[in-house]
Design a protein around this ligand. Sequence first.
Ligand code: PEP
Ligand code: MN
Length: 299
Amino acid sequence: MSIAGNVSLQDLPRICPLISRRVQSSALVEEQHIVRVKDVRFGDTRPVVIAGPCAVESFDQTLAIALAVRDAGAEMLRGGAFKPRTSPHDFQGLGIEGLRILHEVSRETGLPVVTEVMDTRLVQTVCEYADMLQIGSRNMQNYPLLIEAGKSGKPVLLKRGMAASLCEWLGAAEYIANEGNLNIVLCERGIKAYPSGEYSRNVLDLNVIPAVKEETFLPVIVDPSHATGVAGMVESASCAAIAYGGHGLLIEVACDYPDAAKPCCDAAQAISPATLCNIVQFIDKHIEKQDVLRKVHAV
Ligand code: PEP
Ligand code: MN
């Protein structure tokens, strides 16, 4: 019996030839494909740490967190100006004002910025303020949005849909690549599977990292914040993701600053800058070990 719409890994060369490691057997694939966002390099030997608030709430909050994450060793700033919320009555983000804040904070700190775009009509505007577009889990299969992001030529951080198979995720990346844009970084952020919601927000699918690397040359990073939903789990999840071969991390951080308020969204999963420091130190040690191993294998 064949089932309509059912695809498996064998179908990937047909579904996504442009990003398939099996199809693209060129130099691009032999060396690791690097996605550059200003001076930041995704896919290189050092995993990239992107950190910042869940949502941009004010200039002071964003600047305080950006300075703290930069001190801790983060290379890029995250923060949502447009927030996809379950309820329309919850804080939706500061919109264009949030983009302006991110741009200004990026200028002051030197950290390139990634922020979510949810609306095809806003792709150009977000491109004017941000260095990288984030396509969120809920929009992974919003094909018109993927096409616009592809056309923009900007680097794109493509999160995995919360119930997406690897084929669906890579098929979504192919839409961006099909517009001539290979500046794509994939981001695993946890999937809905039994028993998500009981002791963690989602199920962190670390096994997908080696699977992604086998099927495509695009870099893959991990968001331990949305994957766990619990601040106390984020450090272990981050270290596990790096040990599993992830090319980087996307982490939500909150910090104290004068008049600090509890974050408007996802407060329970925000880690402190001190915990971020521990994660960066883990990455430093991991790199040292990899270097030693490389030298041993070279002789
Ligand atoms: C986010 O990173 O801000 C976010 C909303 O994540 P996700 O799309 O993975 O839920
Ligand atoms: Mn969040």
